[in-house]
Structure formats: C-alpha cells, structure tokens
Write a protein that binds this ligand. Structure first.
Ligand code: 2U9
Length: 348
C-alpha cells in the first residue's frame, strides 16, 4: 500500500469508527463495531501490515499516524462501553424501581376463633358477676375426675367406652372440667365462686351435634344458704347477657352423680321466642346440666355439708356457639376451614 493511500485509509477508518461507535446502541453492537474496526480483517490492520515495507521517514510517519488512529479508536470504543454499561445499570434500576406513591397493600387482619369469642364472652359475663377463673390439667387422676365427684368405680362413665385413658395406670384425659373445681375446693375454704373453661375428652362418635374433643365452661358456687333459686337466677342472668333480655331459662329434673337434685338447663329459643321452630324444635335450646352440689362431694373436699350448700352447672361452649352464631353442624367449629372462619372477622 502506498503511503498516501494508507493515510487516506486511516482517515476513512477514523470517520467510519466515529459513525459505527456512535450508532452502537447495545454492548453486543459495540463488540461487532470493535471487530470491524480493529479486527484482523479491518482496513487499519492492512495499513499496519504495510508499514514495514516503507522506507525510513515514510515508515516512521505512517507508524505514528497508525498508532494515533488505533489509540483514538480504542479510546472511543472504551468511552462508548462505559456509557452503555451505565445505561444498562440505569435500565436495571428503572426496572427494579419501587413506586413509593402507590397505595400500600393492607395486611389482612386475622380473627378470633368463634369458640374463643364465645368462651371470652362467657368468662366476661361470669367474672362481672364476681366469679374467678380457674384452670387445671387436661390429664387427670381418677380421684379428681371421678371419685371425689361421687362417681363410684362401677359407674358407666368410668368405662373405656366413655373415657380415654392414657398409658399410665389411673390417669385419663379429663371427661369434664369438674376436676378443677375439686382441686379448687381442696385448696381453699368456702365461699367459692369459680368458673372453669377448658377442653374435655370423651370416647364418643363425632356427628353434627357431638365431638370427642370439645369445650366446657363449668360454674361452681359454694356458700352458706345457696339454693336452686340462686342456680336458676344465675343461669337466667347468663342467658340474658349472652342471648338477650327476652330469653328465659328453664331447669328440668335430671340425674348426675355429683349433684342432688340434678337438672337439665335450657334457654328459650331466641329465634321463635319459645314457640317452637326449625332451630329448636320445641321452643327450648338445651345448654347443659346443673344441680345442687352433692353433700358427698362437699365432704370429699373437707367442706362441712351441714353448713354449706352449693350449685354447679356445665355449659357446652360449642353448643352456645352454635346457638349464638346459627351454626348447624358442630364439626364446622373444629375443622379449621378458612371459608367458615373468615366469616368471624370483626365479630365480637
Ligand atoms: C363439682 C360439683 C358439681 C357440674 C355439672 C353438669 C351437670 C353437666 C354437661 C354440660 C354439657 C357436660 O359439656 S357437657 O356435655 N355438664 O351436665 N355439670 S352438673 O357439676 C359439678 C361440677 C363440679 C365439684
């Protein structure tokens, strides 16, 4: 290549380089431009190869100009690379940007379980009447679960059919919370006014109105001069608070070993007002059992049954929840189905 042609080529390549580099919009396009401008097949490489065959001065002159052209192209490529890399970073930042002006996503509040709502309400009603809350173990011994409650060894409630025994002889899952009232009476002198909410266990088939693990709230009052009238009044006060002032309470005779006389308690149906409807059948909703504490039970705990009398009752918390929230199948209360539970959001 003669020196004049070589010089022209360098000028052209510098011109072409400015255009190619300026037009490269991506790092890949810039790599292609670099190969076209500085690669082995690039015109500038041909110029470089021709330098050696030139005589002294012309060789030095072309060598210098070629080096300058290389340097200019390299620095233009480098500058453009920095620009594109910065742009790619900006692009990433734009894609990852958080728009702080968007409205936030409101966290979905959880809700209390209907059984918790009912239990808390029941406890509140009784504590306002002056009762104290007592709790105790779910694994009980036969003394507290049966004997002290006047349930003799041959009573049907003792059999494996009704109770769930654990591997340790003499211990079982409590079949009612009454054992806690026994423990309370064993540890303090009368008067006693306690309510005991808690989970109990029965060996029983599960259906729409029965569970084998369920919850009770039992109430025990022991004092001088208490009578069935106090039991009924207490029950009625509870029913008014829980279901409304128009509700009536009813007790009818029944038998439980730990009370004498024993009674069933029911409240008038809040749907039909005691007339009879689809919810209640005969106008009354069964709430649990009750009675005057059996003198044997008082004596078993060291209380003077001549001086003190007491009343007690047990309410099924699931039953109360079914009445209060119109739930027709008890199993819904323990299955944990979110579609059921989310209906209690914001319910008091
Ligand atoms: C002591 C003395 C007496 C509590 C009582 C019942 C009757 C009763 C049921 C209600 C529904 C169990 O959950 S349920 O199936 N309870 O029928 N409970 S009298 O009597 C007591 C308790 C403790 C020391």
């Amino acid at each position: 290549m003669d020196p004049n042609e070589a010089a022209r080529t360098l000028e052209q390549e510098l011109e072409r380089g400015r255009e190619l580099i300026g037009a490269a919009r991506t790092l890949e396009a810039l790599d292609e431009a670099k190969i076209a401008l500085l690669g082995r097949k690039a015109p500038i490489s041909a110029v470089q190869s021709s330098i050696g065959s030139l005589p002294g001065d012309a060789r030095r002159e072309l060598g210098r100009r070629t080096n300058e052209a290389f340097a200019e192209l390299r620095s233009a490529l480098e500058a453009r690379r920095s620009e594109l890399e910065e742009g790619a970073e900006d692009e990433l930042l734009r894609a990852d940007a958080v728009d702080v002006t968007l409205p936030g996503r409101r966290p979905r509040p959880g809700s209390l379980h209907p059984l918790t709502l009912v239990q808390e309400r029941m406890v509140e009603i009784f504590t306002r009447m002056g009762y104290r809350v007592a709790e105790g173990p779910e694994i009980e011994d036969e003394w507290h679960n049966f004997e002290a409650l006047n349930i003799p060894p041959d009573h049907p409630a003792r059999t494996m059919k009704d109770s769930l025994y654990v591997d340790v002889p003499g211990l079982l899952l409590r079949t009612e919370t009454s054992a806690v009232q026994i423990r309370t009476m064993e540890s303090q002198d009368p008067p006693v006014y306690v309510v005991v909410p808690g989970r109990v266990y029965r060996r029983e088939a599960v259906d729409a109105t029965h569970l084998s693990v369920f919850h009770q709230l039992e109430c025990l009052a022991v004092d001088e001069g208490l009578s069935l009238a106090d039991l009924k009044g207490t029950l009625e006060a509870f029913a008014h608070e829980m279901f409304g002032p128009q509700i009536q309470a009813r007790i009818t005779p029944d038998y439980f070993p730990f009370v004498e006389p024993g009674a069933q308690m029911a409240v008038s149906c809040f749907v039909c007002n005691g007339v009879g409807c689809r919810v209640c059948g005969n106008g009354w909703l069964e709430q649990g059992g009750a009675g005057m504490v059996h003198p044997n039970v008082l004596e078993n705990c060291g209380y003077d049954a001549e001086r003190y009398t007491g009343f007690a009752f047990g309410l099924g918390i699931e039953r109360v929840a079914m009445v209060r929230y119109g739930v027709n199948d008890m199993r819904l209360l323990v299955e944990g189905d979110v579609r059921f539970l989310e209906q209690f959001e914001g319910v008091a």
